[in-house]
Write a protein that binds this ligand. Structure first.
Ligand code: GDP
Ligand code: MG
Length: 450
């Protein structure tokens, strides 16, 4: 997947929200820090990262949670929406008109992928029922014309080139009478090592001759945030109408390139995701961010977490746990919350990072049947017994078994579970917070049943 690393970090960040007990300023600050780290690693410009995180923080702290959303969902939604805006907002489609031909000029530096994208675009439009032709105006590099001819062959579209001709405008004019036979004309141009006056002059000539409908800047993602200076320079030099960020498949810096382009006001219209002719995707910020964040998985998780335990209940339980008070009623409440979430192992799998915490397998499963029996047994206990299960001796176990119709073995199991949970609660109290406990537990949770 494109930007896999960024996606993983962002998913980890959001999963922290999903599994947090409450949304408070501490959580929001932690979220912001994680988000900043993830974006900086994807080579997003520091100032942009700071602006974005400030916006998210402001919204998270100030906005009322909309009706029908939980605080967690609202927070995740804020992150999602902000990232979408950050990447250009609405999808910016390259719209073709009915005129013949629509002209698209591809500009950019050496090796950015102009010729390759020319072929990809040819295929893209051909697939959508348009008649496409390529025009080769790269008079700079000797092999350029031959390369475009090959690309045309692969895309199965005609190619207009003239080997040996040194004036791009002459080549363009030479075939001008043919162009009306096509819906889309894709014009490949020469690059340079850097944006030079020489290149600008050449592109201006080409623009004057062809009067293109779209002038797309081709930028390689591996330059990361340096894309901003490049996009700005091309933008300032003569209207570009959009950008194709190429080689998104081969770099972790693509986040920098994508966000850099959106600040220049030049929308990213496509991304190149490989060397092959089909490796072109229309760029849609919503879909892109959704995929990065793994919204599908996350939604399912939130859905489950929502059913499992209300924030009030969680607050209640946490304050009890932190005080070290923990009785059988709390145990039942806790187990019930977990059983509602479904097999906890599955839930944990959906949370990246959580899978690494090695809880014993059976600790992750609160068996429905067992839980029911324990509840019956608890119904036969006195209030004093529920609040302080340590008073339950063999005689009392007999009595409870008779009263509830639950076997004495089962009741002993319940008490065992209680003692183990209480141990965990003690550790929790020592650690200060559930997060710290998780860290402390790391792989050592074996033997503890929750
Ligand atoms: P030009 O000089 O701008 O015309 O660039 P080319 O089209 O010749 O491409 C330069 C190199 O980048 C070639 O090796 C292409 O195969 C490669 N390339 C182009 N687009 C992509 C892409 O989206 N992903 C990857 N991995 N390579 C690409
Ligand atoms: Mg080329």
């Amino acid at each position: 997947m494109v930007l896999e690393k960024l996606g993983t970090s962002l998913k980890n960040t959001l999963s922290k929200i999903a599994k947090a007990m409450f949304v408070d300023e501490t959580l929001i600050n932690e979220l912001i820090k994680d988000l900043q780290r993830a974006l900086l690693q994807a080579d997003v410009n520091v100032k942009l990262v700071f602006d974005l995180s400030q916006k998210i923080k402001d919204r998270a702290l100030k906005e009322q949670t909309p009706h029908g959303l939980t605080k967690k969902e609202h927070l995740i939604n804020i992150v999602y929406e902000s990232l979408v805006v950050f990447l250009g907002g609405e999808k910016n489609e390259l719209a073709l008109s009915d005129k013949k031909p629509n002209k698209i000029v591809l500009v950019g530096l050496f090796g950015s992928g102009k010729t390759t994208q020319a072929g990809k675009l040819a295929k893209y439009f051909t697939k959508r029922g348009r008649r496409v032709a390529l025009v080769g105006l790269d008079v700079y590099r000797p092999a350029a014309m031959e390369q475009l001819a090959q690309v045309g062959k692969t895309a199965n579209v005609p190619v207009f080139i003239k080997k040996g001709e040194k004036d791009p405008v002459k080549i363009y004019k030479e075939f001008e009478s043919e162009y009306k036979n096509f819906d889309v004309l894709i014009i490949d141009t020469a690059g340079r090592d850097a944006l030079s006056a020489d290149l600008i002059a050449e592109l201006k000539q080409v623009h004057d001759a062809a009067k293109p409908d779209e002038s797309l800047l081709i930028i390689s993602a591996d330059i990361g945030q340096a894309a901003q200076a490049q996009a700005k320079a091309f933008h300032d030099a003569g209207a570009i109408t959009g950008v194709i960020v190429t080689k998104m498949d081969g770099t972790a810096k693509g986040g920098g390139a994508l966000t850099a382009c959106s600040v220049t006001g030049a929308p990213v219209k496509f991304i190149g995701v490989g060397e092959k002719i089909d490796d072109l995707e229309q760029f849609n910020p919503k879909g892109f961010v959704g995929r990065l964040l793994g919204m599908g998985d996350l939604e399912a998780l939130l859905e489950k977490a929502k059913d499992a335990i209300s924030e009030e209940e969680a607050k209640d339980l946490q304050s009890k746990l932190l005080k070290g008070e923990f009785n059988l009623i709390d145990l039942a409440q806790q187990m019930e919350a977990m059983s509602k979430m479904g097999p906890l192992a599955k839930v944990m799998e959906m949370i990246p990072g959580m899978g690494q915490i090695q809880m014993p397998k059976d600790a992750l499963q609160v068996q429905e049947g067992k839980l029911k029996k324990w509840k019956h047994a608890m119904n036969s206990m006195t209030k004093a017994e529920l609040e302080d299960p340590e008073v339950i001796d063999a005689n009392r176990i007999e009595r409870i078994a008779k009263g509830s119709g639950i076997g004495t073995g089962e009741i002993r199991d319940l008490l065992k579970q209680y003692r183990q949970s209480k141990k965990l609660v003690k550790m929790l109290k020592g650690a200060g917070s559930p997060e710290k406990l998780m860290k402390k537990l790391g792989g050592k949770a074996k033997g503890l049943k929750f």
